[in-house]
Design a binder for this molecule. Structure first.
Ligand SMILES: Cc1cc2nc3c(=O)[nH]c(=O)nc-3n(C[C@H](O)[C@H](O)[C@H](O)COP(=O)(O)OP(=O)(O)OC[C@H]3O[C@@H](n4cnc5c(N)ncnc54)[C@H](O)[C@@H]3O)c2cc1C
Length: 381
């Protein structure tokens, strides 16, 4: 087995780093600490994404006909590592590149592929994800937002909550119910955010003032071609998306670079010789590298076109543990550096770790999936 990156992969990473080198000098302090949904980062992302697109760097792993270069799935994890580890300067372009795009590729009509995939590859779109509702987070199938069929399309009524990026995104990947109960009736829509009848209200969060939103739909008309896949066939699409979404962000790499930064700070403060500090850092390093290997296992399957399995949930849970372990070091040994303006790099890692066990599926839910699908334990055991 070959564990090293090949020449093309190394060259791709080097190209990405050339574009990363164009980020503003005060990136860590002024842009990154409040996450990829902060207004300043989102605004900058439009310039940054155009630079990536100009060098065809965004979706190298996609087929050429959709704007890619037929590269392997490994190149997708390379861009995720490089971007997420520095606070995701693409902002929510990554939602399109990681999972909305693949969903459109698999379930979209020819016209939808033409319209959306080129725009993602061209770095033109910032996305948001309209899944969660007040009574439908973990239990997503309990969603109530309705899309009522009318002449020429659908009228959407209802609301979404915790929607990241919504205030500044161009398009939402929306789940709404066209009749039915539970998983039946759930349908997927691609919705421009300037659609009449959509109202976005921010919800300040502990990790970021700008991340969360409520999104209200009041008789918002969507044309028939906004529907992705079959009417009421959205649950199959959701199942596909989840595998891409859960490990789409290179969280272990952000944790790793965060850990290196923590160690640098501890050395500066002269506490690195303390055996307890070293043991804690070593334990965090073990968790970070375990998460990396679990993720690579999933990517290896993807590169070989295997069906996704329970490994995704193992990788996701491992990433959560890695994120938490590094954030715990910051709060235990360097709490004074976590205040605004003290150390943007540390703050950025800490803030994303706060939400790691909830966003993209709660940690306990990953454990449920692992117990059932990986270990084969009976439900409720
Ligand atoms: C930073 C962040 C960004 C987000 N961005 C988006 C977004 O862009 N779009 C979007 O649609 N949503 C988004 N969410 C929402 C997120 O998907 C939900 O918070 C998540 O699915 C959990 O749902 P909930 O908040 O309703 O909590 P609940 O489902 O009510 O869960 C609350 C607690 O109960 C536990 N629990 C629930 N059911 C079970 C079970 N069956 N077994 C064991 N434990 C259980 C959970 O683990 C959790 O600890 C975001 C959340 C965060 C934190």
């Amino acid at each position: 087995m070959e564990f090293a990156w090949n020449e093309a992969e190394e060259a791709y990473r080097a190209e990405l780093r050339e574009v990363i080198a164009t980020l503003p000098g005060d990136w860590w302090d002024a842009y990154a600490p409040h996450g990829p949904s902060s207004p300043r980062l989102m605004e900058h992302a439009r310039t940054f994404n155009a630079r990536l697109a100009a060098r065809d760097l965004i979706v190298r792993h996609w087929p050429r006909e959709y704007g890619g270069q037929d590269a392997s799935a490994w190149q997708q994890i390379i861009i995720s590592e490089e971007m997420w580890s520095i606070g995701e300067p693409r902002s929510s372009l990554y939602l399109g590149a990681n999972w909305a795009g693949p969903a459109i590729m698999k379930f979209g009509t020819a016209a939808q592929k033409q319209k959306w995939l080129r725009a993602i590859a061209g770095g033109e779109l910032l996305w948001c994800q309209g899944f969660s509702e007040p009574e439908a987070g973990t239990d997503l199938s309990n969603m109530k937002t309705r899309a009522e069929p009318v002449e020429g399309g659908y009228l959407v009524n209802g609301s979404k909550i915790w929607t990241s990026y919504a205030a500044r995104a161009d398009v939402m990947f929306l789940l709404a119910r066209v009749g039915g109960k539970g998983k039946g009736g759930v349908s997927c829509f691609l919705v421009p955010m300037d659609t009449h009848g959509i109202e976005v209200r921010p919800i300040p969060g502990v990790h970021s003032r700008w991340d969360f939103h409520e999104v209200f739909f009041t008789d918002a008309f969507l044309p028939a071609d906004a529907l992705l896949g079959e009417e009421a066939g959205g649950w199959t699409i959701v199942q596909t998306i989840i595998h891409y979404e859960r490990i789409g962000a290179g969280r272990y790499e952000k944790a790793r670079r965060g850990l290196d930064h923590v160690v640098g700070r501890l050395k500066e403060r002269g506490v690195w010789d303390d055996p307890v500090v070293r043991a804690d850092c070593a334990a965090a390093l073990a968790l970070v590298e375990a998460a990396r290997l679990q993720t690579y296992l999933v990517i290896d399957g993807r590169a070989k076109d295997s069906d996704p399995g329970a490994e995704t949930y193992l990788a996701r849970f491992a990433m959560i543990q890695a994120d938490h372990a590094v954030a715990n070091l910051s709060s235990a040994y360097l709490p004074d550096l976590l205040v605004d303006g003290a150390d943007g790099h540390l703050r950025s890692q800490f803030n994303s770790a706060i939400t790691a066990g909830i966003a993209a599926g709660a940690a306990e839910v990953q454990l449920n999936m692992i117990s059932g699908r990986h270990l084969g334990l009976p439900r409720g055991a």
